[in-house]
Each structure stands twice: as C-alpha cells, then as structure tokens.
Design a binder for this molecule. Structure first.
Ligand SMILES: [Zn+2]
Length: 357
C-alpha cells in the first residue's frame, strides 16, 4: 500500500535501519511521543493520539523482512503488489535512479568515470519498443510510455550478479561512477530496491535494454581461479559466509550474515571460461521468486523459462542474434553478451522457475 508523505517519511526513517525489531521500536517511540503530547491535553487529546497511532499502523508500508509482507513495484506509474521487501525510488531509504547528481556525492552532477555514451546527468533513457506506435521524438516532447505499451514491448528479465559487496556499493558504482542503471538491486538480505519505474530504459545489458527489465543481485561473482573466489569467504562453526570488507554498510538488516544457500562450490564453462562460484543467499532466492512472480503477472509476454540446450540443460553460452531476437522470458547476462559469465554456475534457475510458478 502506498502511504501519505508524512507516514512514508516516518516509515522510511525506520526502513533505513532494519526490519521488524526496528518497526516495533519505531511504533513505541511514536506512541511515547504522541501520548506525552496527548496527556497534556485531556481526554480529547488522548482520543486523537489513539487515532493517530491506528493510522500509523494502517499506513505502514515498510517492507517487513521476516514476514515477507506485501510491498509494491511500480510500472508506468502503477503500483503492483509483490510478496518481497521492496523499497522503491519513491521511498526514503531507497535508491533513486532519477537523481541527476551523484547519489553519495550530491555536489557532483555527472558520473565520475562514465562508460562511453553515458556522460550526461540522466542515467537512463526512453525505451524504443518495436510495438510502440509513437514516432521518434525528443524525450521531453512526448508522453511517458503507458502500461499497455510496456506490456506489449517488454518480454525479457535479465539476471546479473553485481561483483559488489552489497547493493549500496552497486548503486554507487552504477550511478555515481559509470552513468549506468538497472531497475532492481537485490541485496544480500533479500531487500529489493527498485531504482526506476519499469517504463524506463535502464542501461544494464546492451542490446536487451529496450525490451528488458534488469536486476543486479548482490554477489561477489564467479572466478576462473579458485583462490580468487576463496578470499571473499570465511568458514565458521555454522559453515561458509561471505566476508567482503564493508558488506554491512548500507545493509537493511543489522548483523545479517550472508551464507550461500547451498554449501558446495559450483563450477561451469560460461562462454568459454571455466569459473567457480558459491551460491546466492536463501533470502535472495525468496525475494527473487516473489519478484519474478510479480513481473510475470504484469508482463504477459515474459515467459517463466530460460534458454536451454538440446538436452534441456540451461544454456551456458550466448544466444545467436536470431535466437536472442526470438527469445521471450528469463535470461542471464551471459546469454546476451559473449564477454559475460553472470549470473554464473551457482545460480539456481530451476529453483527460480519452479517456485515462481
Ligand atoms: Zn551483468
């Protein structure tokens, strides 16, 4: 549920700190302040305080990490329910891909080390949909894409890993440094950040940008050398955990420990490179399942399938131009570009497809 600006502000003030315990703290803190004011104004004031508290509870849209309470994703200005903790670009505590300045260095407008062609202050563009009847025109001279146009023209969901310690760092690299963008970031603790309305053309996967939605999953990546992979992990009494420096900074869940959902080390040959990788977190799979389900409901052309080879195994090499053109559904970055290996051998496509049905 979307909420009024005041409540959204109050929600977000807690949302930047953490999950349920933070929510409870926020409620009692608000109750304490409201009651203090009311007590000085007699019975009428106390009635008003109860009403205010009831409204706060009813309007609280802060995603709850443990219960997976419903939040929303935004497509063409329309909110759609999603059973994952989502903070959008409209929420305090979220990341706003519309910002025409560096997010962590607001005095600087343009990206600091832009990819060629991404030097401007706007880090996204307007989709050119093959199904769109609109003629080419300057982006400020035409109306934003409507939901029906999007539903007609968007048919791919591109899965990436971000090779960053967490989503905060990923947004900093994309937005502040490279002039790039992506619709969703999925953090280690399962928090989903929507940085742009899905109507926008995000810059994440070259030839797929016009027709796709993209997600960068927080994950340190897949490596050709085992020792390069192992240096990012430590082993404690409960097993392996990701231990990249600074991973806790910006994470919504205080003290979250990022463990691979499955213990084994995965290996695979992706576009001619053999790479090793540990799994994504359980919280990430749960949120990705919920988000994928929501996207498939919004976009009827988005099939819940991934490119496979003749034996039925998930393809580990890029599609040909004709195969790419014909493909509608989930797709890995490595299916699009020959120089990519993400989301890598540990990514459990079959689980995602099975559970998102
Ligand atoms: Zn990628």
């Amino acid at each position: 549920m979307l909420s009024f600006p005041l409540f959204r502000f109050i929600n977000a003030a807690g949302g930047t700190e953490g999950g349920p315990s933070c929510k409870m703290r926020r409620f009692f803190e608000t109750a304490r302040v409201a009651w203090g004011v009311a007590a000085s104004r007699g019975p009428g004031g106390r009635r008003a305080a109860w009403l205010l508290l009831a409204l706060l509870v009813a309007c609280d849209s802060t995603p709850d990490l443990e219960s997976g309470a419903t939040s929303t994703v935004i497509a063409a200005g329309t909110p759609f329910p999603c059973q994952a903790p989502v903070l959008t670009f409209q929420d305090m505590g979220g990341y706003n891909g519309y910002a025409e300045h560096c997010w962590f260095d607001v005095d600087i407008a343009a990206p600091k080390r832009p990819v060629a062609g991404c030097e401007g202050v706007q880090r996204y563009g307007r989709r050119k949909l093959s199904a769109s009847p609109l003629p080419p025109a300057p982006s400020d001279a035409i109306a934003p894409l409507a939901l029906a146009e999007l539903q007609e023209g968007v048919d791919q969901f591109v899965i990436h890993f971000d090779v960053c310690v967490n989503s905060r760092r990923c947004f900093e690299v994309l937005h502040d440094h490279r002039g790039l963008s992506v619709h969703f970031l999925l953090d280690l603790d399962g928090t989903v950040y929507q940085t742009l309305d899905l109507r926008e053309r995000a810059r994440h996967a070259t030839i797929a940008n016009d027709r796709s939605i993209g997600i960068e999953i927080a994950h340190i990546g897949a490596y050709a050398k085992v020792e390069e992979l192992e240096k990012w992990y430590t082993v404690d009494a409960e097993g392996r955990r990701f231990s990249g420096a600074g991973l806790e900074q910006g994470l919504r869940t205080p003290g979250f420990i990022a463990r691979p959902a499955r213990a084994e080390r995965f290996v695979g040959n992706y576009n001619g490179t053999v790479v090793y990788q540990y799994d994504f977190t359980e919280a990430q799979y749960r949120s990705l399942v919920a988000l994928t389900r929501t996207l498939c409901r919004i976009f009827p052309k988005l099939r819940l399938e991934v490119p496979r080879d003749g034996s039925g195994a998930v393809r580990t090499e890029a599609l040909s131009p004709a195969e790419f053109q014909a493909w509608s559904g989930l797709i890995g970055h490595h299916h699009i570009q020959k120089n990519k290996t993400d989301p890598g051998p540990a990514f459990d496509w079959d689980r995602l497809i099975k559970e998102a049905r």
